[in-house]
Design a protein around this ligand. Structure first.
Ligand SMILES: Cc1ncc(COP(=O)(O)O)c(C=O)c1O
Length: 377
């Protein structure tokens, strides 16, 4: 079956009680039992909820995974995955992930004996030499947030597996429509469903998709033990969002390309970060590995004052954190999403004070370009 057919039907069977075509929001904390130990498979809503189960089936199917678990946020999904490693284990973390992912490693997990090293995963030789005898996991994001570096997922997976480590890919920027990490050899996919999967900037959530049964059982055990579950209402919203994922991603991709081309030719823009531009260092890899280039574009304005002027002059694009919604959002990574990354590290990654990031929405692209044009001038 094609992607859109799966998106619309997987997990979305009509309700057995009423025939409702949309999976109902089962807003309940518990379930009546017929007798001791006799129930319909639902005992307590932290453990199981039909709306959440429907979403879990849906996104797992979209990622080509056997198992999927929905969490309260992208960060709680990542945190659950990191409970697959133990004190004394070592993780290789891509050196340009979302700032909150870095913060989780540096400020939280480090206190529990999880060792980690940052590595430039765009250079496979650097990955190959970074393994330690206790390396159990490689955690990558591709394309990265916000400088859009692309990692070869197949090559990283081969290197990790040769060293007895698992590969986790944060697929938030691409969504399963544009990139399928499990098919490229990765072991686990994590998502912030807050972004493209939900797509309407009205829910915070996260997801873990994987094929290994033993790891899946542990993730489910963590989901129930810690309880960072996605609520029924949020599960419903994301389930509604994924039905239109393919059409939305096509539109984000189309608009993203046009905005990147416009910025690349603009005299006030010093540099554009977008894997769809031939000038991007991993353009060929992105073409091979992704179905499109998506709607995330960053650009260098040269200084904090210039960035501030652009960010405060836009009228259509909304100044704000987050990404992946139908509306165009514009942000300043150095002081917003990546404020928790040390200044020196930000500099080496290219996250300068003049860098601006746009999550290109699906409005009419002429209007987005006109807004950026007036803000730049
Ligand atoms: C790539 C990426 N991964 C993970 C997260 C964290 O997700 P959440 O905000 O849903 O916890 C974000 C948030 O911006 C992100 O951009």
């Amino acid at each position: 079956m094609g992607f859109s057919t799966i998106a619309i039907h997987a997990g979305n069977e009509p309700d057995t009680a009423t025939g409702a075509v949309s999976v109902p929001i089962y807003q309940t904390s518990t379930y009546a039992q017929e007798g001791l130990g006799k129930h319909k498979g639902y005992e307590y809503a932290r453990t199981q909820n039909p709306t959440r189960s429907a979403l879990e089936k849906n996104i797992a199917a979209l990622e080509g995974a056997k198992f999927g678990y929905a969490f309260a946020s992208g960060m709680s999904a990542t945190d659950a995955v990191l409970k697959l490693v133990k004190a004394g284990d070592h993780v290789l973390l891509g050196d340009n992930t979302y700032g909150g992912t870095y913060r989780l490693f540096a400020r939280v997990l480090a206190n529990y004996g999880i060792e980690f090293d940052l590595v430039d995963t765009t250079d496979i030789s650097k990955v190959e030499t970074a393994f330690k005898p206790n390396t159990k996991m490689v955690f990558v994001e591709t394309p990265t947030n916000p400088v859009m570096s692309v990692t070869d997922l197949q090559a990283v997976s081969e290197a990790a597996h040769a060293n007895g480590a698992k590969v986790v890919c944060d697929n938030t920027f691409m969504s399963p429509y544009l990139q399928q990490p499990l098919a490229l050899g990765c072991d686990i996919v994590v998502h912030s469903t807050t972004k493209y999967l939900n797509g309407h900037s009205d829910s915070v959530g996260g997801f873990v998709a994987l094929n290994d049964e033993e790891d899946a059982q542990w993730i489910q055990f963590i989901q129930n033990s810690v309880g960072a579950i996605l609520s029924p209402m949020d599960s419903f919203l994301v389930l509604r969002g994924t039905k239109t994922l393919a059409v939305r991603m096509e539109a984000h991709d189309r608009n993203g390309r046009q905005v990147a081309n416009f910025l690349a030719e603009h005299p006030k823009v010093l540099k554009v970060y977008y894997p769809g531009l031939v000038s991007h260092p991993q353009h060929e890899l992105a073409k091979r590995q992704q179905k499109g280039f998506g709607g995330m574009v960053s650009f260098e304005t040269g200084s904090l004052e210039n960035a501030k002027k652009v960010l405060e002059s836009v009228k259509l694009c909304i100044l704000g954190e987050s990404l992946g919604g139908v509306e165009s959002l514009i942000s300043h990574p150095a002081t917003m999403t990546h404020a928790s990354v040390p200044v020196e590290k930000r500099k080496t990654l290219g996250i300068t004070d003049g860098l601006v990031r746009i999550s290109v929405g699906i409005e009419d692209v002429e209007d987005i370009i006109a807004d950026l044009d007036q803000a730049l001038s």
